[in-house]
Ligand binder design. Structure first.
Ligand code: AQP
Length: 330
């Protein structure tokens, strides 16, 4: 089973990223043959950004992943821009990608509406680069949060269309979306997902927030005018917190509801804050030492890139051959 997933070097990874994606990466290391994780710096250039900040954020994100438990001896961890095969494959796959499909992508609609100066063509092409990332490794499984469902559906379509047009070459991957915590919602507005780019910090707990900030944000999370710690119509805020508590404690959501039967929101939020602080503590404690050693981080990324290139170049050679591009094999 080959596993692949990518994560943006935004540096400010939040609880949604952690629960929806990062914890799945750690679990996938021992199932993946191999498990391949990519920090997608090229994707990060599709919206307004500062070059120096991008480099810093890349180290921050790499260090968060290592602190969360990724072990370069048990997975392949690398930087997207170190593997040019992925960018070439993006172009080749564009010939079997429908413009109309890209036009329908929710993420493009959301992110382009938030751009002040320029809606880049790169933002429109983001899903093709993401498809190339995954298809370059012939991955079977893509661990992601629910917000990436549509992008994975599109890459499946691209792989199928390529195989129909040029012969069986690419693997059609499946997404792996967690049952609980697939879409962690904003703490201040539970109708939208917890997100990096929404202004203001109150709606998201960052993986690297200290204990005080974590308690404050969870303590002031929006609930409703009722009292019951239960999921249901009009209780989206509480349902979100139940999901977070369930993941942080390893309990089922029904068990959580039973545990807090008769208790008020105050008691529940206190227990939730305790649980989340404990849950993220190992990552926060390990992070500073790992982050400090930038040369060490570069070494890990370079070793990962060498392994990744060996795999991606095989796929790219097959794709070129199937498409009649470049020097023929024989
Ligand atoms: N709220 C979420 N709940 C569960 N999973 C989530 N993911 C993102 N938000 C949630 C999953 O995290 C992984 C990495 O996402 P990314 O690379 O897109 O990182 P990001 O840009 O920092 O995350 P955001 O918050 O999604 O940024 P915005 O909204 O600003 O674009 C993915 O697997 C994703 O599904």
């Amino acid at each position: 089973m080959r596993i692949f997933s990518g994560i943006q070097p935004t540096g400010r990874k939040h609880l949604g990223n952690y629960i929806g994606a990062i914890r799945q990466y750690v679990e996938g290391q021992d199932r993946g043959d191999p498990a391949i994780y990519c920090i997608v710096d090229l994707h990060a250039t599709t919206v307004a950004y500062e070059p120096a900040e991008l480099r810093r954020n890349l180290y921050d994100t790499t260090a968060i992943l290592l602190a969360a438990g990724l072990d370069p001896g048990r997975c392949v961890l690398f930087r997207q821009s170190d593997v040019p095969e992925q960018t070439e494959l993006t172009w080749l796959l564009s010939s079997v990608t429908a413009h109309g499909d890209l036009n329908r992508m929710h993420q493009f609609k959301d992110k382009s509406a938030r751009q002040k100066d320029l809606v880049s063509a790169g933002l429109f092409f983001y899903p093709v680069l993401m498809a190339a990332d995954v298809l370059a490794y012939r991955a079977d499984e893509v661990p992601v949060g629910d917000d990436q469902r549509q992008h994975v559906e599109l890459m499946r379509e691209i792989a199928r269309r390529f195989n129909e047009r040029f012969g069986e070459t690419l693997v059609v991957p499946d997404h792996k979306i967690p049952e609980v915590g697939a879409r962690i919602m904003d703490l201040q507005d539970p109708s939208r997902k917890m997100s990096t780019s929404v202004p203001g910090d109150a709606g998201r707990v960052l993986v690297l927030d200290d204990e005080k900030a974590t308690r404050k944000k969870l303590g002031s999370a929006v609930t409703d005018s009722g009292r019951e710690v239960k999921r249901g119509e009009g209780k989206e805020g509480v349902a979100n917190l139940i999901g977070i508590y369930a993941v942080a404690t390893g309990k089922a959501e029904d068990e959580v509801e039973a545990e807090f039967e008769g208790a008020g929101y105050g008691d529940f939020k206190k227990a939730l804050a305790d649980a989340v602080v404990e849950y993220l503590k190992p990552v926060r404690e390990r992070y500073p030492e790992i982050r400090e050693d930038e040369a060490g981080l570069e070494r890990i990324l370079a070793e990962g890139a060498a392994k990744a290139r060996a795999l991606a170049s095989e796929t790219l050679a097959d794709v070129r051959e199937a498409m009649g591009v470049g020097v023929p094999r024989s």
